[in-house]
Design a protein around this ligand. Structure first.
Ligand code: SAH
Ligand code: DHB
Ligand code: MG
Length: 227
């Protein structure tokens, strides 16, 4: 295990394949200046989210956990014309800063930041009969991941993709002695993915500038195919 080498390699790929971006650099700087934690996705991961949206042709994205808008900008930039993104954020300072950053990125016309506890916002979206989503990025308080998934499943188009960040937690997820609330939430979430026949999933471990972690990927397909 060598976090320094992971970071060096991550920086190498970031420099070679992602490149620097004045808007995203500004988002990270403004986030630090306002005292927000540096828990946004890595540049290589932001680019991965962007590529996944384009591979899938997603048009309507739901994000749970906005922070300063870093991942939201990566995701929203991948949308074609007519696309939209709704991002849920519980902290009003984070929401305010993210809106400023999204504005600076020229994306405020297609990104909406909803302030409030994510469960309440999800209930509001369900109640309003909002247009269903075809791509979801879950990245808020991991102890509620299972509850988020239950709500999210009521908001999806068939064929939708669900990604959840931080499902590895330095190996905590598979450590029976670890009863951290976030880790337990991730385990309940993974169990739901496994048990729901409408979802087909995998999880991938990652190393890099964010240490050792990983994400899950699922496709939602309500119609059973008999093959
Ligand atoms: N996706 C962001 C990082 C999100 S960090 C990026 O990669 O750029 C997690 C965010 O979730 C924080 O801003 C935190 O305030 C928010 N959050 C935590 N618990 C929440 C809850 N119960 N409801 C809504 N937002 C929550
Ligand atoms: C934490 C949260 C995240 O979403 C992340 O990517 C890394 C760390 C955290 O709460 O510590
Ligand atoms: Mg995260």
């Amino acid at each position: 295990m060598n976090e320094k080498v992971w970071s060096t390699v991550d920086d190498y790929f970031s420099d070679a394949l992602v490149g620097s971006d004045p808007v995203l650099d500004m988002v990270v700087r403004s986030s630090a200046e306002h005292g927000l934690p540096a828990i946004h996705v890595a540049p290589t991961q932001g680019k991965l989210l962007n590529l996944l949206v384009r591979l899938h042709g997603s048009q309507r994205i739901l994000e749970i956990g906005t922070l300063a808008g870093y991942s939201a900008i990566w995701l929203a930039r991948a949308l074609g014309s007519g696309g939209s993104l709704v991002s849920l954020e519980g902290n009003s300072l984070h929401a305010r800063l993210s809106r400023q950053n999204i504005e600076s990125a020229g994306l405020s016309g297609i990104v909406e930041v909803m302030v409030g506890a994510a469960i309440d916002s999800l209930d509001r979206l369900i109640e309003q009969g909002t247009e269903p989503f075809d791509f979801v990025f879950i990245d808020a308080d991991k102890e509620n991941n299972d509850i988020y998934l239950g709500r999210v499943l009521q908001l999806l188009k068939p064929g939708a993709v669900i990604i959840a960040d931080n499902v590895v937690r330095k190996g905590g997820v598979a450590d029976r002695a670890n009863h951290d609330a976030d880790v337990e939430g991730v385990r309940r979430f993974i169990k739901l993915l496994a048990d729901d026949e409408r979802l087909d999933s995998t999880a991938i471990q990652t190393v890099g500038v964010k240490g050792w972690d990983g994400f899950s990927i699922s496709i939602y397909q309500p119609q059973q195919s008999d093959d």
